[in-house]
Structure formats: structure tokens, C-alpha cells
Design a protein around this ligand. Structure first.
Ligand code: NZQ
Ligand code: ZN
Length: 387
């Protein structure tokens, strides 16, 4: 049954070649702007110059060095900088990590509690206000450019926690497909897999086949990713392929396909621990976990797995069990085909890597998945399948 829902997405999207110039009129000229970015990709690909030229009449300061899987410790430095320099508008320029960090910084700089880590412990429910911010996204993957979520890593304790709040939507996001031309192939592969799994988390659940619009829309996004993957992986500079990829990644996680449906997100929650403890890229963790999770949850999700096989991978087996197995295999093959390996051993991890993850979930007592039936015991089983 379609659940009741309320949907609002306030982020203005500014899409296309040369669109960075539009930010001039999106940020009040009286603002004290802080431009936040990562390790320097925007300096070598010309994005930094475009941003600075658009902001030439604004008062602008910079904060750089936001890491991939952004660190809480770095975010706190930015908060201090903001307070010291009376910054009142933030502009994130980069991938999901820079955007997520900016969302957290926007909230933490206005947080009245004693300890900003509480924002993450409470998953953002205690955010009451945040500085306004815009974004220029340069890596299609996370959907962070049109959602209100973020994920922050505390380096000191190797914890990676997610938050979201109605106060942390970007006011605007610029999506210029040409900014993706400088991406290393590995990040394109990561982006395809991340966006694919975002759709899966919202679509491949116990949802009946009755929620027509959400299902067709989710399948369209998957179709675009699967269809464009070969061109993207050849690293061709085809504008339309890049544009299709960028827009599909945004729609994979802008909240729209989640309206009224059950959601899973267990693959992401387990994957975050692989990043926190062993430093794997976010998409690598998803490519490892998802095939194991689908195997364990095969019966619960059978209707949707079978349908995904038919619609996306053209698998039409009379034997129901075989339909499910071939579909799960097709997903794993797709990840491999785009260049992402899918076993723990591919990343130098063995059975010893499993116990610390299982212990974390046992301590937290989290019940994951759309039926809240994935606990530490199932997580152990999933990880053991992925050695
Ligand atoms: O730091 P710089 O120099 O900018 O380099 C980055 C980084 O090294 C580089 N890069 C980005 N755009 C580029 C580029 N290099 C060349 N050309 C460009 N145009 O790519 C590297 C990875 O960037 P990062 O931002 O870390 O990647 P991604 O966008 O995949 O973000 C990953 C983070 O997002 C979180 C993940 O957990 C992870 O921390 N997620 C955020 C979500 C959200 N906000 O909704 C949902 C996701 O599920 C995910 O959890
Ligand atoms: Zn993700």
C-alpha cells in the first residue's frame, strides 16, 4: 500500500554547460561568502576559476582540504573559521564529500548545544537552523546536491554517521556535466554504482508492484545508468552521456522515488562500517554488500528481484529460484563491468575484518532493512558470503 507522505524539495537546480556563471545572481551580493572545497581537483579543472569569476563582486573567503569521506575534525575547523570571519553564506564546490561537509558545517556553526557530535548521534533531528548554502557538484554519485542528507566520519574513533534535516537542503545546486570531464575513471565507476544502489535501496524491497509511478520512475533511473555505463566507462567526453548520468544520479536520491514506499538502506549502513574501519570507497562497500544482502533477503524481496531481472537485465526464467539467482548475479556482473570489485578479498580483507563490524551492530542494537529484521547475526552472514 502507498504510505501517506509529505514531499517538499526546495533546492533550485541550475543545469548545463557554463551554468556556474549563474551563481552570481543566486547569492546576495552583500553576503560574506565562504567557498568550501576538497583536495584541489577544482583548481586543476578550471571550476575554481569559474566560481571565483562568478563571485568577483562578492566578498569571498576560502576553506579547502575537505577529505573524501569528510572528517568531523576538519568540519570543526571550518566552523571556527566561519565564526571568526562572520561568514553568512556557504558555497560547496566539489563531490558529495564537500557537499556533505558543508551541510554539517552549516548546521554546526549555528548549533547551540554543547557538542556538535550530538548532531550526528541524533541523526540531525536536533538541528534547528543552519547557514544558507549553495553547491556546485562536480561528481555525479551521492545526490547530495538535491537532498538534505550528509555523512561525516570521525577520524579519531573511526565512526561514520549520517544525518539529515529540513534545514540542510542546498538553496541551489549547479550541475554542469562538463565539470565531470576531469573525473578519474574510478570515480565515474563509483558514481554509477552509488546511484544504482540508491535506487535499489528504495525500490528493491517488500513493496508490492502497486506503486506504479515510483516503480516506473526508479526503473527509468536504473535504465539510464545501465544504458550509459559503457560510454561513461570508456571515459568518452560525450556531453549527453555525462548529462544523463548527472541528472540520473540526482534523481536517484532527491527523495522523489522514496515517496510512499518502504526503504531498506541496510547495504549503506553496513557499507559505512567498511569505510570507517578499512577505508574503502563508499561505492566499493556497496558493491560488496548488496549481492550478499539480496541473497539473504531473497524470499522477502522476491517479487521485486524477479521484476528487476526482467525489466533491467532482460532475464526471463520459468524457474522462480533461478530468476532470483540470475538477477542477483547480473547486478554483481554489472558492478564488475563498470570496474568495481565485489568481494572483501579483492580489497585485501579476510574473515578477521568481519568481527569488528558485527560487534558494532550488536552494541548499537540497530535493526536494519525495510522489515527491521537485519541485525548483527544477519550482518555476519552477509559479510561471510562476501569473502
Ligand atoms: O577532493 P578533490 O580534490 O575535489 O577530489 C575529489 C575526491 O578525491 C575527486 N573529485 C571530485 N570531483 C572531481 C574530482 N576529481 C576530478 N574531477 C572532478 N570533477 O573525487 C574524489 C572523491 O570525491 P568524494 O566527494 O569523496 O566522492 P563522492 O561524491 O562519491 O562522495 C562520497 C561521500 O558521500 C557520502 C559517502 O558516504 C562519502 O562520504 N554519501 C553521501 C550521501 C548523501 N549526501 O546523500 C549519500 C551517499 O550514499 C553517500 O553515503
Ligand atoms: Zn550511497
Amino acid at each position: 500500500m502507498m504510505k501517506n507522505f509529505i514531499y517538499a524539495n526546495p533546492t533550485k537546480i541550475i543545469f548545463g554547460k557554463g551554468s556556474i556563471a549563474n551563481i552570481t545572481s543566486e547569492i546576495p551580493v552583500s553576503s560574506n561568502v565562504l567557498v568550501l572545497y576538497g583536495g584541489g581537483s577544482i583548481r586543476s579543472n578550471g571550476v575554481y576559476d569559474q566560481v571565483m569569476s562568478a563571485l568577483s563582486d562578492h566578498t569571498v573567503l576560502e576553506f579547502s582540504g575537505i577529505e573524501a569521506n569528510p572528517h568531523y575534525e576538519t568540519c570543526l575547523k571550518a566552523v571556527e573559521f566561519i565564526k571568526k570571519n562572520n561568514i553568512d553564506f556557504l558555497l560547496a564546490v566539489g563531490g558529495g564529500s564537500v557537499l556533505d561537509a558543508t551541510k554539517f558545517i552549516a548546521a554546526a556553526s549555528q548549533f547551540t548545544g554543547n557538542n556538535p557530535w550530538d548532531i550526528l548521534v541524533k541523526h540531525g533531528h536536533n538541528i534547528e537552523t543552519a547557514l544558507p548554502f549553495g553547491a556546485v557538484i562536480t561528481l555525479p554519485a551521492t545526490g547530495s546536491e538535491m537532498n538534505n542528507g550528509g555523512v561525516i566520519t570521525r577520524a579519531a574513533t573511526e565512526e561514520k554517521l549520517a544525518f539529515s534535516s529540513t534545514h540542510t537542503f542546498p538553496i541551489f545546486s549547479v550541475l554542469d556535466p562538463e565539470t565531470t570531464y576531469s573525473l578519474p575513471i574510478k570515480q565515474i565507476s563509483n558514481g554509477i554504482v552509488d546511484a544504482f544502489v540508491h535506487v535499489i535501496e528504495q525500490y528493491l524491497t517488500v513493496n508490492s508492484n502497486k506503486l506504479l509511478l515510483q516503480d516506473y520512475m526508479a526503473e527509468s533511473i536504473l535504465q539510464v545508468l545501465v544504458q550509459e555505463a559503457p560510454a561513461l566507462i570508456q571515459n568518452g567526453y560525450d556531453y549527453d552521456s555525462r548529462a544523463n548520468f548527472m541528472w540520473a544520479a540526482t534523481w536517484a536520491l532527491n527523495g522523489w522515488i522514496a515517496c510512499g514506499v518502504e526503504e531498506d538502506w541496510a547495504t549503506h549502513m553496513i557499507g559505512h562500517e567498511l569505510t570507517a574501519l578499512y577505508g574503502l570507497d563508499h561505492a566499493q562497500t556497496l558493491a560488496i554488500i548488496l549481492p550478499g544482502l539480496l541473497h539473504i533477503m531473497k524470499i522477502q524481496k522476491s517479487q521485486k528481484i524477479a521484476r528487476l531481472g526482467q525489466v533491467i537485465f532482460n532475464i526471463h526464467e520459468d524457474d522462480a529460484e533461478r530468476q532470483l539467482d540470475l538477477t542477483i548475479q547480473a547486478i554483481e556482473k554489472f558492478f564488475n563491468a563498470v570496474g568495481i570489485k565485489t568481494c572483501l578479498s579483492d580489497y585485501g580483507l579476510n574473515s578477521e575484518a568481519i568481527a569488528p563490524i558485527v560487534a558494532r551492530f550488536a552494541d548499537r542494537g540497530w535493526k536494519l532493512g525495510e522489515c527491521k529484521n537485519i541485525e548483527s547475526e544477519q550482518i555476519k552472514e552477509i559479510l561471510e558470503l562476501r569473502l
